[in-house]
Ligand binder design. Sequence first.
Ligand code: FAD
Length: 308
Amino acid sequence: MAVLLLAEINDGVLAMDATAKTVTAAQKLGEVTLLCAGAKVADAAAEAAGIAGVAKVLVAEDALYGHRLAEPVSSLLAKLGADYDHIVAPATTDAKNILPRVAALLDVMILSDVTGVVDGDTFERPIYAGNAIQTVKSLDPKKVITFRTSTFDAAGTGGSAPVESVESAEDPALSEWVEDKVATSDRPELTSAGVVVSGGRGVGSQEDFALIEKLADKLGAAVGASRAAVDSGFAPNDWQVGQTGKVVAPELYVAVGISGAIQHLAGMKDSKVIVAINKDEEAPIFQVADFGLVADLFEAVPELIEKL
Ligand SMILES: Cc1cc2nc3c(=O)[nH]c(=O)nc-3n(C[C@H](O)[C@H](O)[C@H](O)COP(=O)(O)OP(=O)(O)OC[C@H]3O[C@@H](n4cnc5c(N)ncnc54)[C@H](O)[C@@H]3O)c2cc1C
């Protein structure tokens, strides 16, 4: 069976981690062709061609795809999809925007946030904020799937797939990009970081959130936050971990001043090792933590930073 995979590309740069993890998932379904769509994607395509196990890279270079608007990109995927049994992508914001539209254009269902491939028709995905795993069988002639990247290992490099240009599809001309506001950071990207340090409402203020950032920098970690911390203005929205934020599964997740609400756990409970620092020994976070410290974070975190 043939699989068409929409590579994750932001501003011409290939998101290697998300794309390579999705290649691993897609390989279970058949021969994988990557699609690189964007305004300038030659470099991203060359890099994508090096992912081990990729059979071919298609390049759709057109200003039309510059900001990956759902309308033109889904029109392209629906057209190219005629030759494929599976059309897949990592479950990023971009793909969550585009792929359901592709599915609707093809008159098939969307399989979102898939975490396991049983066979070409049967898939596993988490439901109820990760509290149940649902095995679904799709009878559709084509499957449109987003994969939850945190459950798959990244495919290696060293491949040399051929790169081929494809023609743009018709532009539905229904939407237009106006402006991007990009948050820049030298820290590792939250969803691919090996270590994540997150702060919650217990941190108390935006000023004190610097303590969480200091601990993160000491560990070379990405910074995360609970929704309560984001809603209170302690941390920016794109740091949010959970059901309505990002899903992470790092080697080490440190939760500081976070109670461990079910919606937060949905985004981090697959982390390899979970450490919790909370002054309330009854906090639910301790039920999933491998190592827990019942302490005031304003004493424990500076001490931890000092000892590191
Ligand atoms: C539909 C829906 C979607 C949601 N999506 C998300 C999501 O994606 N992500 C998310 O995080 N939440 C989400 N939530 C919100 C979630 O239900 C919780 O409200 C939120 O996670 C609580 O954040 P918190 O743990 O930081 O705050 P709290 O629950 O208020 O916990 C703060 C913790 O800090 C501890 N603490 C206080 N002071 C100190 C101190 N000095 N030292 C040590 N510990 C201290 C307290 O003991 C407490 O356990 C969602 C809710 C809904 C309804």
